[in-house]
Ligand binder design. Structure first.
Ligand code: SF4
Length: 392
């Protein structure tokens, strides 16, 4: 059983809604750019779900009576495991927690795992939002990324999923080795043409110790430079915003009402509870905020606690301030200038900084709040970094 003592005693007395994340750590193969925690052997799927039931039951004292706003089943590849396992876990969760009537139940899926009967089965299990790891509708890009599905799979399954689920999200990656602006425009044309209600756009990041990093360092492939990547991102902002999408987070675009409730809850610093190896949680009890993470090891997870016991830290006031600045800018809900002014000892640095950001076209100021422009989103972390460096 998990070490329940690591949760604050009064956690269950909070009335704030709760979101839930599940990390399903299995994939058939590892994509060339991926550094997530996962295993590519599938012989532990059944024992993983047994361990997950234990972890869920151990969390019952904290879940009971809580309003559950969103459940996000990610990974890894949740669409790889039998739907009956997912359904069984959702049943267990809903028997303990108190799901809101409109609760979002989202599942990440890869196109090669799905057909219409499998999608209907997921829908019957309660999944109402599908997040499809398409990455591209172009065969060349999919091959470079090491994806298992074809461009034809991507188009066909996206079209079918639109008919089965209440809402659908598609991930797209730009800045893939050898990618031209024209190839990226084709991806944007495809996703807009299919009228997918939610699109996540990621610039390819080269993670250490991945196959892609090794190919780049050996000169086998080259990625587009920063300027080309930035122009691809800006063309996505222009194309998607011009097609009815709202740009509600650095990488995320949605038709009205189709944003990810789970992701938004995390970015708005609402509490969430993570299950599975490497899953993170954010727990608030009165003024105390705690972030915790399960160990990133399947074997330790299967062995049960205390083997997979979490890393846990209580946030300091400074860490809370930093999170507030970074996240407020990312979701562009407007960062209060008055809030920042308290940090500006001399009362002039902030004004100079904001004038500089404004002159670069990165921010606009409205009603005493800072909002990022499309170009500003490219520099969100840099802007946040400068703002938090203001001296108190
Ligand atoms: S399918 Fe997703 S999680 Fe699995 S290896 Fe590829 S990128 Fe990583």
């Amino acid at each position: 059983m998990p070490d329940a003592r690591s949760f604050p005693d009064c956690f269950h007395e909070e009335s704030e809604p709760l979101s839930i994340y599940l990390h399903v750590p299995f994939c058939r193969t590892r994509c060339s750019y991926c550094d997530f925690f996962l295993v590519t052997r599938l012989d532990h799927v059944e024992s993983f779900f047994r361990a997950l039931s234990s972890e869920t039951l151990a969390s019952a004292p904290f879940l009971r009576g809580r309003r559950v706003r969103a459940v996000h089943i990610g990974g890894g590849t949740p669409s790889l495991v039998p739907v009956s396992f997912i359904a069984g876990w959702l049943d267990l969760l809903s028997a303990i927690g108190d799901f809101e009537p409109e609760a979002e139940i989202a599942l990440e899926a890869n196109p090669e795992d799905l057909d219409v009967p499998a999608m209907r089965e997921l829908r019957s299990a309660g999944v109402n939002r599908l997040s499809l790891g398409v990455q591209s509708f172009q065969q060349r890009k999919l091959s470079v990324l090491g994806r298992r599905h074809s461009a034809e799979d991507a188009r066909r399954i996206t079209g079918k999923a639109l008919q089965v689920f209440d809402t659908l999200s598609v991930d797209l990656i730009c800045g893939v080795p050898g990618e031209s602006s024209g190839e990226w425009q084709k991806d944007l044309n495809d996703v807009v043409g299919l009228a997918v209600p939610h699109v996540s756009v990621y610039m390819l990041s080269i993670e250490p110790k991945t196959l892609l990093e090794s190919r780049i360092s050996r000169g086998i492939v080259t990625v587009p430079g920063e300027t080309v990547q930035a122009s691809m991102y800006l063309s996505a902002v222009e194309r998607l915003c011009g097609s009815g999408y709202r740009h509600y987070e650095v990488s995320n675009f949605a038709f009205p009402g189709h944003h990810s409730r789970y992701n938004l809850a995390c970015w708005m610093r609402e509490p969430y509870l993570g299950f599975g190896p490497s899953a993170h949680s954010f727990i608030r009890t009165g003024p105390v905020e705690v972030r915790r993470a399960n160990a990133g090891s399947l074997l330790r997870y299967l062995a049960g606690p205390p083997a997979f016991s979490a890393i846990e830290e209580t946030l300091t006031e400074e860490e809370r301030f930093v999170e507030h600045v970074f996240l407020s800018l990312r979701i562009n809900r407007g960062l209060d200038v008055g809030f920042l002014r308290k940090r500006d000892k001399l009362g002039q640095n902030l004004q100079r900084m904001l004038a500089r950001f404004h002159a670069k076209g990165w921010i606009v100021l409205e009603d005493g709040r800072i909002f990022l422009t499309g170009r500003g989103f490219l520099f969100a972390d840099h802007i946040a970094g400068e703002l938090i460096s203001l001296e108190t």
